[in-house]
Design a protein around this ligand. Sequence first.
Ligand SMILES: Cc1cc2nc3c(=O)[nH]c(=O)nc-3n(C[C@H](O)[C@H](O)[C@H](O)COP(=O)(O)OP(=O)(O)OC[C@H]3O[C@@H](n4cnc5c(N)ncnc54)[C@H](O)[C@@H]3O)c2cc1C
Ligand SMILES: *[C@@H]1O[C@H](CO)[C@@H](O)[C@H](O)[C@H]1NC(C)=O
Ligand SMILES: *[C@@H]1O[C@H](CO)[C@@H](O)[C@H](O)[C@H]1NC(C)=O
Ligand SMILES: *[C@@H]1O[C@H](CO)[C@@H](O)[C@H](O)[C@H]1NC(C)=O
Ligand SMILES: *[C@@H]1O[C@H](CO)[C@@H](O)[C@H](O)[C@H]1NC(C)=O
Ligand SMILES: *[C@@H]1O[C@H](CO)[C@@H](O)[C@H](O)[C@H]1NC(C)=O
Ligand SMILES: *[C@@H]1O[C@H](CO)[C@@H](O)[C@H](O)[C@H]1NC(C)=O
Length: 546
Amino acid sequence: MKISLLNSSVFVLVLTLSFSVSWGALSSILEVTPGSEDFISCLESNSKSFASDSQLIFTPANASFLPVWEVAIQNTRYLKPSTPKPSVIVTPVNETLIQTALYCAKKHDYEIRIRSGGHDYEALSYSADVPFVMIDFTNMRSIDVDVANSTAWVQTGATLGELYYAISQKTNTLFFPGGTCPTVGVGGYMGGGGYGNLLRKYGAAADNAVDVRFVDVNGNILDRKLMGEDLFWAIRGGGSSSFGIVLAWKLRLVLVPPKVTVFQINKTLEEGLTEIFYKYQYVAPTIDRNLLIRAQVLSEYIGNTTMKTIRVLFEGIYQGTSDALLPLLDKKFPELGVTREICEEMASVRSIVVFWGLPSSTPVEILTNRSAITKLNNKVKSDYVRTPIPITGLKKIWNKFMENDESALLMMYPFGGRMNDYSETAIPYPHRAGVLLQVLKSVNFNGQTSDTTPTSLSRLVWMQSLEELLTPYVSKNPREAYSNYNDLDLGVGNANYKEASVWGERYWKRGNFKKLIRIKAKVDPHNFFRHPQSIPVFSSPLSSFK
Ligand SMILES: Cc1cc2nc3c(=O)[nH]c(=O)nc-3n(C[C@H](O)[C@H](O)[C@H](O)COP(=O)(O)OP(=O)(O)OC[C@H]3O[C@@H](n4cnc5c(N)ncnc54)[C@H](O)[C@@H]3O)c2cc1C
Ligand SMILES: *[C@@H]1O[C@H](CO)[C@@H](O)[C@H](O)[C@H]1NC(C)=O
Ligand SMILES: *[C@@H]1O[C@H](CO)[C@@H](O)[C@H](O)[C@H]1NC(C)=O
Ligand SMILES: *[C@@H]1O[C@H](CO)[C@@H](O)[C@H](O)[C@H]1NC(C)=O
Ligand SMILES: *[C@@H]1O[C@H](CO)[C@@H](O)[C@H](O)[C@H]1NC(C)=O
Ligand SMILES: *[C@@H]1O[C@H](CO)[C@@H](O)[C@H](O)[C@H]1NC(C)=O
Ligand SMILES: *[C@@H]1O[C@H](CO)[C@@H](O)[C@H](O)[C@H]1NC(C)=O
């Protein structure tokens, strides 16, 4: 209910504020299947190879339209008839069709949505309340690993799992410091900054981008040199889809040992969790950069009883052998109780399988099999912890979790290490020195027919109450949020800086947000590349943002 209300307010905003939506386009908003003949005939008359292009274009009249739209929807919450769909899906194999589609979308007043892996938490890559053309990168996912130069060119349709697998086919001593969900797309991931298991040693993913191939609003193909350092800065964390279409990234690969050490260990309240977690906040962000220990918090029933407990799954990954890890933990964090028996040494690529929750014996080929990776059905919000949460606070959080019906999860990533070496303005991603933990808060809609059943709504209400409870314990002024965990509840106002700052400063902080707005005004002054939380363009003069 809350969600559809939000969408309709976005809808009204678009209707009242947008001058570029024509009457023709407006009336087609109301149609179930918007006509797209204008767009298709534009493609036909502007294409040098329409016979082959037409094989890459889907309208609702094509039987495969719906399957093509649905296949990359990674949050099954949006798999429902009421989710607004594109007028046309374009699945280019190269940039030529992208350039033509861009030209025709502008000419006929369609917006564009760009989909890579389809993980967007607000469905912004494949849904909109206005007529739009979806450019889907499913056919552009080549990966070219250059071991000698420690780089890889990766088209944005590739997933992280495909990237890790491709690297592992050539070497076990190089890797990319990316996230652990195999189906996340390189396109969206890099645009938001990207964090993962190597962040304490090598920083965010976007810190390790060295070049790009990009289509600007005029259809020009740009690389880093041609676009200039400002735009190259903006698309590494400022949300690429506000600025243009990224075709491929050139990534720096980083050195890893042939075997890393992985461990997993549960702790419950009965096993002294509260004290252990309290100490975790001091140790995990300051310990050797080779070690990252993430923590997942949830509540569950004890055995078959009606009594609940809190369980935290601590999962460690160490860039080295267990012989080196064990003395380190003995010295700094003996309370965690990690023993040699629970340590397993494996190649980096296999650690991704384990961190995704699969047995370590699973063939690593699964990383390239999109249909074998379970899709989620959830709503998330993020926070950053900059001062350790006191024991009293932890107890309040545990009690709040006891009220939940086992649909909630907190996922904590410790920062520190290399993240402290980057200034807040190095790239738009601003959550750097001083962050102890990044917190992902999630409620799922498992067992529910939709995200609007009474139970689903009560889970969202619970999440809001957790949000309030956490206020004293998380970052403030602004309360930082991760743009790749985008959340329209944070606000969608964009008429002026004051409105946009409500959500924009949470994602990027003031200095970076203003710089993103200045760059946006230069590279896309008519705000063609937009969505409810894209970098805004204001009518007031730029000088007011200097
Ligand atoms: C299960 C799960 C696990 C996750 N784990 C992590 C994690 O470990 N670390 C982390 O940092 N994040 C993580 N995320 C968040 C993830 O990084 C974002 O959801 C990211 O935006 C997904 O990228 P995508 O390409 O899959 O999504 P999409 O939905 O395809 O795209 C997301 C956004 O990027 C834009 N975009 C996509 N491709 C392009 C392109 N080629 N050019 C311009 N714009 C483009 C889209 O238009 C949209 O605005 C996770 C998300 C999920 C659902
Ligand atoms: C680009 O893709 C089109 C189909 O959209 C195809 O006809 C053309 O041959 C391709 N060009 C190159 C250089 O591969
Ligand atoms: C969709 O239908 C149109 C019209 O029949 C056809 O030209 C086009 O090739 C179809 N697209 C695909 C991908 O089959
Ligand atoms: C490294 O990259 C350069 C420039 O792209 C290329 O010319 C060179 O061949 C590469 N080196 C190796 C050893 O592949
Ligand atoms: C942690 O606890 C859960 C639930 O009891 C269990 O399924 C899982 O195997 C445990 N993990 C480890 C590493 O002990
Ligand atoms: C829980 O109940 C099931 C079925 O009644 C029983 O088989 C199982 O042994 C019980 N487990 C525990 C931990 O008591
Ligand atoms: C991918 O996974 C699916 C589902 O588990 C399976 O049916 C399919 O055979 C797998 N494909 C490949 C190429 O392994």
